[in-house]
Design a protein around this ligand. Structure first.
Ligand code: SIN
Length: 328
């Protein structure tokens, strides 16, 4: 009897030990392509910090910046294969998965980030977070970067100055049409390849935000920038349906709360990050930043805006009209 009791107790102890050993933290790999000192990079670090404060022992976050783990070409596939659990690609990079997000690439759609927030916080904007759900992708939040600026080997004051030049674009047909509209030659290229392509002359120019231009050092290899603010570069923080559903309810709820808080912070700091980056570029003395007159800006808008009609059908006129109304 005594022997039987000892055996039973040992078995129970082993079972408990087994449970203890199994309770390893859930690992969230957050892969992205920019540096830590950008709006998205800072957001990823803040997310890690808050998760490790509030879900200590339950969830561990590993952040992989600068395409260290996955780059533009493979990060969404990696997410679907559960090789990474959170990514935040630029909205331009989802075009293989949905048409509706092409909205955000329409040139001169938003005047500034306030207009962007006005649309993203509207029912239609929020609805778009679910636009890839049938493909297994769950939108968690929008994160701002900022408005894009143009650069090239010569001052790009008016659309005719861009004619014949090769511009790097993200993998978006809207951005392709935008540069074709000014007789330029758009080239889809991964973010990690842009610096070298500019340096070697594979491409002549690019469009990006000040924070990306500064952190990737594009200003070292581009003699002229224009503050064109002609388009938007924002992100969607996404996970896979499969991973999100696999989480215990309490963990998922806490993560949602943390994401809401981090989103507020990222969206607050993005404009300042871009202003600071612009000042650092000016201070470097390595390039020139030109301001466009209102007449020059009108010319760019007139040349690029016909792209809206080309894509309105695919995107949905109701989305385009609602987004445009935020800039009036
Ligand atoms: C990013 O900000 O994530 C990269 C944007 C780009 O590919 O230009």
């Amino acid at each position: 009897m005594h022997k039987y009791l000892v055996r039973t107790l040992c078995a129970a102890a082993l079972l408990l030990l087994g449970c203890y050993v199994q309770a390893a933290p859930i690992v969230i790999k957050f892969s992205h392509v920019v540096t830590d000192n950008t709006p998205k990079g800072k957001g990823a670090i803040l997310f890690k910090k808050l998760v490790e404060e509030r879900l200590s022992g339950k969830v561990e976050v590993q952040v992989f910046p600068s395409s260290q783990l996955f780059g533009d070409a493979d990060e969404i596939i990696a997410l679907l294969k559960n090789d990474t659990q959170i990514i935040a690609p630029a909205l331009s990079k989802f075009s293989k998965f949905t048409d509706v997000l092409q909205l955000y690439d329409l040139p001169f759609l938003f005047n500034d980030l306030d207009a962007v927030a006005c649309f993203q916080n509207s029912p239609l904007g929020k609805e778009m977070l679910d636009s890839m759900s049938k493909k297994g992708i769950k939108g968690l939040a929008y994160w701002h970067n900022g408005m894009k600026q143009l650069s090239g080997p010569k001052p790009l004051r008016v659309p005719a100055d861009a004619s014949g030049l090769k511009f790097r674009i993200m993998s978006s047909d809207v951005l392709q049409a935008q540069f074709q509209a000014v007789d330029a030659n758009p080239q889809k290229l991964a973010f990690s390849e842009v610096y070298l392509a500019l340096q070697t002359g594979q491409i002549d120019g690019q469009e990006n935000t000040w924070s990306n231009i500064y952190s990737q050092k594009f200003f070292e290899v581009q003699p002229f920038f224009v503050e064109s603010n002609h388009g938007l570069l924002d992100y969607m923080l996404v996970t896979s349906n499969r991973f999100w559903k696999s989480l215990p309810d309490d963990v998922r709820t806490e993560l949602e709360q943390i994401i809401d808080e981090v989103t507020v912070e990222v969206n607050k700091l993005a404009s300042q990050e871009n202003e600071d980056a612009k000042q650092l570029i000016v201070d470097s003395g390595k390039t020139q930043i030109l301001q466009l007159s209102s007449e020059e800006k009108t010319q760019w808008r007139a040349a690029m805006k016909p792209v809206w009609e080309q894509f309105k059908g695919d995107i949905g006129a109701n989305y385009v009209d609602a987004a445009a109304a935020c800039s009036r």
